[in-house]
Design a protein around this ligand. Sequence first.
Ligand code: FAD
Length: 402
Amino acid sequence: MKPALASVELAHPLAQAMDAAQCLAGAHLAATEAARFADQVDTEARFPHEAFAVLREQKLLGAMVPVALGGGGASLETIAAVCRVLGGACASAGMIYAMHQIQVACLVNHASGSAWHEQLLRRLAGEQLLLASATSEEAIGGALRNSGCAVNVDGTSLHLLKMAPTISYGAHADGILVTARRSPDASPSDQVMVSVLKPDYALEGLSAWDTLGMRGTCSNGFRLEARGHTDQVLPVPFGEIADVTMTPVSHILWSALWTGIAADAVQRAKSLFQGQARARPGTLPPSATRVAEAVAIIQMLEGRLELALTHQRQRQTDAGGQSMSAIFNLAAEMNGLKTSVSAMALEAVHIAMLVCGMAGYKHGTPFSLGRHLRDLWSAPLMINNDRILTNTANLLLADRSA
Ligand SMILES: Cc1cc2nc3c(=O)[nH]c(=O)nc-3n(C[C@H](O)[C@H](O)[C@H](O)COP(=O)(O)OP(=O)(O)OC[C@H]3O[C@@H](n4cnc5c(N)ncnc54)[C@H](O)[C@@H]3O)c2cc1C
């Protein structure tokens, strides 16, 4: 079978690097549009088309693709900052952007040397393609490092069938990165990652997405059937992709987004508090200490995220030179980032709700917090915190550092 990308025209070879200021300016434009439609996206549980039109215009879908492949060459720090800005406007738009960039990071870090994937990255930057992810599986749940489905190879052709309980924006994506066992006789943890592109796959709806929050991610369940070329399998085992990139980058970008949601909620509480203080000059409103507490939580989330970004950057600089103990510690740190930020961001919104009272509880006020609270409840569940804490506990058992 012929690789689907063989005839694709290459992106312009003289692409320009995108610096942080340029990415953030684009993110603010997209956030303005995202905020305008956030309630509608939430109510109708629909894809945030308006925000994504701006993100594409601003070339932000290909921002992390290397400049040599036609992208913006933006750093993970910059992409995290974009996720935070979007999260403060529309959590669903921010989550979709974060999930897309996690897939891009996996390709950038682990597909070098694969001509098929280099072409995919060029095309992604040139056409601003949107990539989704299918790791969860019916009967496997959120256990990232196990798959039930398998890649079936016939010569250079592959076939893959996955029953996926959740593929966010699956119906709106241009391609999906799918995990599967390497072959029908491989063990559940002997996984590979396969990039499949429209129109080489068919999605058949299995379940609807009518949820408490993150409604605009349109994370329906699908029967995913794909055919392609064996070149579409990433050249390294999925275990390596998960440890080095997918898990830390997911936890960093999700944390940035959750911090953005919580920071917007706390900003609403702060505005209400300042308004109350202006109405009664000389007296501190009763909610004063709660506002201070919520602001302190946001500062802590920001500090925690900054530290994780620094350690992930150091890890990439030291590539290959890290001891097992350092690798275990970093994995435990990234797990801790996810479990603590997901819990503390929710806590900050709970406090903001107490500050805003009925103005926060009602829909349609400048201080409404229902959407923030509902969207953030996905954070501890999105790869369940209990599952992650169990993994961390196992890492700690194996830790021999003093
Ligand atoms: C907004 C959103 C978008 C998503 N998008 C995608 C996507 O695009 N692609 C994708 O593949 N997946 C996606 N997911 C799914 C996600 O990645 C996880 O697979 C899913 O959150 C896990 O679902 P679960 O809680 O039903 O299953 P499980 O993880 O199997 O957990 C089931 C229950 O068992 C308990 N449990 C399980 N294992 C342990 C353990 N080891 N220790 C303690 N308790 C345990 C937990 O308490 C949990 O309630 C998305 C999820 C959300 C919320």
